[in-house]
Write a protein that binds this ligand. Structure first.
Ligand code: ADP
Length: 491
């Protein structure tokens, strides 16, 4: 199959969250399974072209935007460790900025920037001789591709045999814009807009466009699929997901275990595996040596780690609500790596200054440190308000770091509450979104820390889990075949 993936993020070039990891991991796996995979990304100002050997090609494409043609020069690189081509769209107007989405509220023209990306993918494919079977779009940013495939490019010789698959990584971000502004740019008339597949509550809603125009829709875990279809977690999209119910399913994200493997990880202080689990402690020692003065480095104090975007979604309120009660007693240490909303960064730094040896706070985005924190911690906290899939808990399991999670979305699908009677389970879960429930679960989890039998069982159970990207890549291929069947093709 020829798969054209169009996305706003792809690791390691441009990453804010899990979307980037998943786009890269799936492409890698499909390629290994023998498919022709191409990725289309913006060439953001923050992409390190030298480091990733991304070079300009001779190609420039013209992209219709409203009455005008706009232009993008194509740069080309490869996904590291593979021969998967990644095409980068150079546009001074749209992408040559330091950020991917912009701070806080995002850039004011994000709708137009990503409309351009979505449209450009269709001009790019013929220019690089790609005749896709599948156009795979991710989140609202590239949702317009699903509409273009069924309208403007429906009879284009390169796309008549292509099906569209739309993957929802987070339904909370929907890409809402003013119809008067965006419809002319997208080449759709204002007449007939009301009540159309483009409209939701009077505005253009990219998420709805993806849902309505795609041949198949997926999201990143089975539980999240149920939540967004049947509960308010769907954030207004429930009705549309119900209309498309027969074409909608959840596929659990997978981890790229070549990158996230404690036995081979180059970012951590000491490698270890299930056979050499005692060596995990060397990482904890290293973290303490880096961050805490010698007389404060008691290794037996458990470290509760967290690696997260700092947004309300991630349950930072719950974390802040109970951190102090735990550190005050001196029984635990926190190691938090996060970046995002200023109010959270500030609150964490305040605690970090108050308890400099017990609350280790690292702000900013740091890929190496994310591995180090996960390997060095005893527990990993993921108290999310909602979580489409979540990757850090999947990484933590492989690293023998016990996850404490709120049982929502993908967290519910990947972490099983520990049962001391049967010795089954991989972590600790709670349901109610409250500080009290979270704190009680941390308490419950801490009980097993000093019990060698349970502690060993728990960690081994986790390390034996297999949430590999290979599995999810195969599930996607199945969905791609169904999508092709839907448009009357068999592959
Ligand atoms: P989301 O996509 O909602 O941010 P996920 O758990 O699916 O959540 O993915 C988050 C990804 O981003 C993980 O790979 C995690 O390690 C990484 N990450 C989050 N915050 C940081 C940070 N400050 N520095 C480095 N990596 C981070």
């Amino acid at each position: 199959m020829t798969i054209l993936a169009v996305a706003a993020e792809c690791a390691p070039f441009a990453k804010i969250g899990g979307l980037a990891d998943v786009v890269a991991a799936l492409a890698k796996e499909w390629r290994a399974l023998g498919h022709d995979v191409r990725i289309v990304l913006p060439k953001y100002g923050c992409i390190d072209c030298q480091r990733w050997q991304i070079e300009p090609t001779r190609l420039t494409i013209s992209v219709p935007m409203g009455w005008w043609q706009e232009y993008a020069r194509i740069w080309r690189g490869e996904l590291p460790g593979t021969d998967v081509p990644v095409y980068f769209l150079e546009s001074r107007d749209y992408f040559d900025r330091p950020g991917i989405y912009g701070e806080h509220e995002g850039y004011a023209d994000n709708d137009r920037r990503f409309l351009f990306l979505s449209r450009a993918a269709f001009e790019l494919a013929p220019a690089v001789d790609a005749v896709p079977d599948i156009i795979h779009a991710h989140d609202w940013h590239t949702a317009w591709t699903m509409a273009f495939l069924k309208t403007h490019y429906r009879h284009h010789p390169h796309f008549t045999r292509a099906a569209g698959v739309f993957t929802i990584h987070n339904i909370a971000y929907q890409g809402i814009s003013d119809p008067q502004y965006i419809l002319p740019l997208a080449g759709f008339p204002l007449d007939g807009f009301a009540g159309s597949w483009l409209e939701h509550s009077g505005a253009v809603n990219a998420m709805k466009i993806g849902i309505m125009f795609a041949d198949k829709i997926t999201t990143v875990s089975p539980t999240y699929a149920r939540e967004i279809r049947w509960t308010s977690a769907g954030m207004g999209m429930q009705h549309y997901l119900n209309i498309r119910g027969a074409d909608f399913l959840g596929i659990l994200n997978g981890a790229d275990y070549t990158e996230w493997d404690p036995a081979r990880d180059l970012f951590i202080a000491a490698n270890y595996s299930i056979e050499t689990l005692t060596d995990k402690e060397l990482n904890k020692r290293a973290l303490l040596e880096e961050s805490v003065p010698p007389h404060e480095r008691a290794i037996e104090i458990p470290i509760l780690g967290m690696v997260s975007r700092l947004t309300a979604q991630k349950g930072i309120e719950l974390l802040l609500g109970c951190m102090e009660q735990f550190v005050r007693t001196g029984r635990v240490r926190f190691a938090i790596l996060g970046s995002g909303e200023q109010r959270y960064e500030h609150a964490l730094h305040v605690l970090g200054r108050r308890y400099p040896t017990r609350v280790l706070v690292y702000t900013g985005y740091n890929a190496g440190l994310s591995h180090h924190v996960i390997a060095s911690s005893d527990y990993l906290l993921v108290p999310s308000l909602f979580e489409p899939c979540g990757l850090t808990q999947i990484y933590a399991l492989r690293y023998g770091t016990v996850p404490i999670v709120r049982a929502t979305g993908g967290l519910a699908d990947t972490v099983e509450d520990y049962n001391p009677t049967t010795g089954t389970g991989t972590g600790f879960t709670f349901r109610e979104y409250s500080v009290a429930a979270f704190a009680a679960t941390i308490e419950r989890a801490l009980r097993y820390y000093r019990d060698p039998v349970h502690w060993d069982r728990l960690r081994r159970n986790g390390m034996e889990q297999d949430f590999s990207a290979r599995k999810s890549a195969q599930r996607y291929l199945e969905v791609f075949r169904w999508a092709l069947e839907k448009i009357g093709r068999t592959v």
